[in-house]
Design a protein around this ligand. Structure first.
Ligand SMILES: *Cc1c(COP(=O)(O)O)cnc(C)c1O
Length: 472
């Protein structure tokens, strides 16, 4: 009998091989979702075995049996939602992260993890053009980055009103007015839900036809008086890719003393990496906090989001965990859990570190610009076809498409049918949405490996599906 320790090298080498084979298959692997959950369940479930099985067999069977339930999401023709892939360097760093298995909550849980997070924070603050002394934390995603930033906001506006929310909670606290655009992302509302600020108890500000907050509407919507106020702006609308106009909106808010401005830039903040796109973010650096994702446009594996707060003290005041006698705190070193809503945590900095070093500043710029150019190329080719309209100004990486049935105007059902056919076809995958009452197909170009050839092949498949739908 060999021991798990003796078997581990062979197991891990074989697993690396399986992973490499999978990645090699990605460019040609069908891109679709198997909706036969019963079959997937059949292949993967069963009673908990009484006795342990050979680890190599467990992994080989897991890989074989999971096959039909794995979506080619990391591949070049996945255009659904807003989904990045994994840069090779980032994936490799992710493997090392698991092998090292550091507890990156505190410095003593892994000094390299702590220092690498510092490096990533400094690089991103510079790349995004944020205030140099900003606080910084790596979260599981932009949902928790929005949460972390809005926790800092809640702390700051209540502190100015003489209320210590971390100690006393919200019982009897001054009320906070929360202002969001009509097009705020769902995770802003979830963050408000988690923070006891209420998903519904918000003031909604009208947006324009691209989903940008209207600065005049914001000005009119700001409540009178000087109550605690949090305003949430957005860089990168999840449907159109549009940016709120930061200069006039932040000007309006800055007339108030006790206001906080947060920017949700899950993918839009990455526009800062490109001199051509950067004007879309003009003024955003004057906000108080910014949230973005790593697992979208930076193309690192899940989970990676980044929270930045201009006033680092406010950031730590809101997020730092309650103290515990058994923890060894860093002295001048960074304890990562001071900046995120977690305690024990994965060493999330390594993947972003490897991604950023392997790309360099020019590589990030090139990746972002290439995705946008591919989105424009797809939009142009689609819009040139009969019965196909592009519904948004393609300012970034998002395209909204409507399909009209032959000789008619779509009531939603035809675009839905085309989307369904594309999803089943397997050439590429994208999702549907509703934009200002109109059913649309969404194209999001966010993967590091997508080429013009992938774009053309996908447009060909989309147009073929539209022709087939028209014939039935
Ligand atoms: C994706 C997204 C989020 C949420 O990010 P997660 O990484 O899924 O938590 C928030 N805001 C916007 C604009 C997004 O596109």
């Amino acid at each position: 009998m060999s021991s798990p320790r003796e078997d581990a090298p062979a197991l891990l080498r074989r697993t690396a091989e399986l992973a490499i084979d999978y990645l090699a298959s990605l460019p040609e692997r069908p891109v679709r979702v198997d909706h036969d959950a019963a079959a997937i369940r059949d292949a993967l479930t069963g009673p908990l075995p009484e006795d342990g099985e050979d680890p190599l067999r467990v992994i080989e069977e897991l890989v074989a049996n999971a096959e039909r339930g794995i979506v080619s999401m990391a591949g070049p023709r996945y255009f659904g939602f807003v989904i990045g892939g994994s840069l090779p360097a980032a994936l490799a760093a992710d493997w090392m992260t698991s092998a090292w298995d550091q507890n990156a909550g505190i410095y003593v849980g892994g000094p390299a993890a702590s220092v690498v997070e510092e490096a990533v924070g400094a690089w991103l603050i510079e790349l995004f053009g944020l205030p140099a002394a900003s606080g910084f934390g790596i979260t599981t995603g932009c949902q928790m980055a929005n949460f972390a930033c809005l926790a800092a906001a809640r702390h700051a506006v209540l502190e100015r009103a003489g209320w210590a929310v971390e100690e006393r909670g919200l019982y009897g606290s001054p009320e906070i007015d929360v202002v969001v655009g009509e097009e705020a992302h769902a995770t802003i509302f979830t963050a408000l839900q988690y923070l006891g600020l209420g998903r519904e108890r918000v003031i909604r500000v009208a947006t324009d036809d691209q989903g940008r907050m209207r600065a005049d509407a914001l000005r009119a919507a700001l409540p009178d008086g000087d109550r605690p106020l949090i305003v949430c702006l957005q860089a990168g609308n999840v449907n159109t890719g549009a940016f709120d106009p930061f200069e006039p909106t932040i000007d309006a808010v800055r007339e108030r003393d006790s206001a906080w401005v947060h920017v949700d830039g899950a993918f839009g903040l990455w526009a800062a990496a490109s001199p051509d796109l950067r004007p879309l973010l003009k003024g955003a650096e004057r906000a108080d906090s910014w949230a973005t994702d790593g697992h979208k446009w930076l193309n690192v594996p899940y989970d990676a989001g980044f929270a930045f707060v201009a006033d680092a003290a406010q950031h730590a005041a809101a997020l730092a965990p309650a103290s515990a006698a058994y923890i060894e705190y860093g002295e001048s070193e960074r304890d990562e859990f001071q900046w995120v809503p977690e305690y024990s945590r994965r060493a999330r900095g390594f993947t972003a570190y490897a991604a950023l070093r392997s790309l360099g500043r020019s590589g990030v710029r090139e990746m972002v610009e290439r995705c946008c150019a591919i989105a424009r190329r797809m939009a142009e080719r689609l819009a040139a076809a009969d019965g196909v309209s592009v519904m948004n100004e393609v300012v970034l990486n998002q395209v909204l498409v409507r399909f009209d049935p032959p000789g008619g105007i779509d009531d939603g059902s035809f675009t839905r049918e085309v989307t369904r056919r594309v999803q089943n076809d397997g050439t590429c995958w994208l999702s549907g949405t509703s934009w200002h009452g109109t059913t649309a197909m969404r194209v999001s170009v966010t993967n590091w490996s997508t080429t013009e050839a992938d774009a053309d092949r996908s447009v060909d498949a989309i147009l073929r599906c539209a022709r087939e739908a028209a014939r039935t």
